[in-house]
Design a protein around this ligand. Sequence first.
Ligand code: HEC
Length: 296
Amino acid sequence: MRTLASIFRIIAIVAIAWGGVELLFETEPGQLAVIQYPKTLLFIGVILLVSIAVEVSVAALRFTLLRSLSPEKQELFLASEQKFSKKLSNYFERLPNLLTRSKAIEEEDEIELDHNYDGIRELDNKLPPWWLYSFYASIIFAAFYLARFHIFDDYTQVEEFQSEVAQAEIDIARYKETAKDLVTIETVTLMEEPSDLEAGKQIYLNNCVACHKADGGGGIGPNLTDEHWILGGGVKNVYRTLIEGGRPGKGMVSWKNDFKPSELQQVASYVLTLQGTTPAEPKDPQGEIWQEEIIE
Ligand code: HEC
């Protein structure tokens, strides 16, 4: 009995330590802190060892204490220990009844009402205290709620919704800042920041001029300044061309292994700034005139 209790105590303390670790360390969704940060296991391990040590020393202390007592005192000591554990177990035995306050079956006729519907009888049981007090608590809550939202007109549901949306937008913006490379063909947008366009220009000058010319006039590759596109214009199509490459055998390869998605987004945005400029030796238009779909 005694060892069983100490095992439960140790398990409880370790569980609390683990719960604390999970609360304190931020993890990726669905990931356990103890797995993402294996060092925390060390901490939990130390807690485990310490609690075992405490249990063992307390047991040893009790044993030596008992030994040092005279036989009569030993008996007294054991009796007081027993009294305590009996009190505890008594309490646990009474707990269900404290929670429900139901009558024992033998005493049920004391609370039977004299309704009798075709043999179905009714008992006038006391309301279970847990239920009754939650009900009182909900009444008190309702009073505060009524005062706060209906008398003093604190925020409305619409305001609550709007502030949550605003917060979510801040969170999303912050997330995107740290995760720029989440751009995909579906989500790519035209960048307008001068710094992004400058970065795109550098990549273009270092990698693309052999076939497209520095001014985009075209050579081996098509003219990038006119409104004719073989593979489609607009940021989505240009980005797709950079990710997937052109038609097989034409010379335009996929660049997705050379650059990060965000860098290709910069190049695609830079390429589109060449639209409408006049290159020195423009290559004849190829492909169709591209028109951005107008979304209403
Ligand atoms: C080896 C030569 C070569 C290089 C280097 C090259 N391209 Fe191309 N590019 C081509 C060819 C050829 C095509 C036409 C592909 C086709 O017809 O399918 C093309 C097509 C394109 C298109 C689509 C044009 C259209 O009309 O639809 C874009 C945009 C483009 N390239 C951008 C770039 C960028 C940006 C780089 C540098 C990162 C680059 N290219 C590097 C040869 C090249």
